[in-house]
Design a protein around this ligand. Structure first.
Ligand SMILES: [Zn+2]
Length: 167
């Protein structure tokens, strides 16, 4: 008999699919494209869905890797959601993936990446230090992105940082 309340082969219970089958993080990331069941998918990936839960979000390495790879997914909905979830993680790999998303072909993905790279509210444990590549790219976007909302969000991210530097 299969125990119902313990993890099997190291797969957390929360990540089990319907009927108890394990679902790998790459598959869950792909599932972010689909609105039905999306909240459940998010919960399985990062352990929560509310702002409060997400501020405490912690993920294991395979999940972090899957989210970081997801910013290069062919489906822009997957890319947008990966940016959205990476916003809650202060890991250097998350920052690298978010920096890559600043070059996304879809404006709303770039805009969300700008938000995440300027956002301390979603990840209070973050020290706020950006990779140099991110600061450079944010400056480029603030000045020259063809989309006004992306320019504004890049400017906001940089402004937050200027604000931090002030006494
Ligand atoms: Zn945020």
């Amino acid at each position: 008999m299969i125990p119902l309340c313990t993890s099997e082969k190291g797969v957390p219970l929360a990540r089990r699919g319907r009927y108890g089958l394990p679902v790998d993080p790459q598959t869950l990331v792909k599932m972010l494209a689909h609105r039905p069941g999306r909240l459940d998918t998010i919960r399985r990936l990062v352990g929560g869905v509310t702002a409060t839960e997400l501020r405490r979000a912690r993920v294991d390495q395979p999940t972090l890797d899957a989210l970081a790879e997801g910013v290069h997914d062919p489906d822009s909905r997957v890319r947008w959601w990966c940016v959205q979830l990476l916003d809650h993680l202060d890991d250097p790999l998350a920052l690298t993936a978010l920096t890559a998303a600043l070059g996304d072909p879809v404006p709303r993905v770039r805009r969300n990446a700008c938000h995440a790279l300027g956002c301390l509210a979603c990840k209070p444990s973050w020290d706020g230090i950006l990779p140099d590549a991110a600061t450079d790219k944010l400056r480029q976007l603030a000045e020259a992105d063809p989309n006004a909302k992306v320019r504004a969000e890049a400017d906001r991210a940089l402004g937050r940082r200027r604000g931090d530097a002030a006494p």
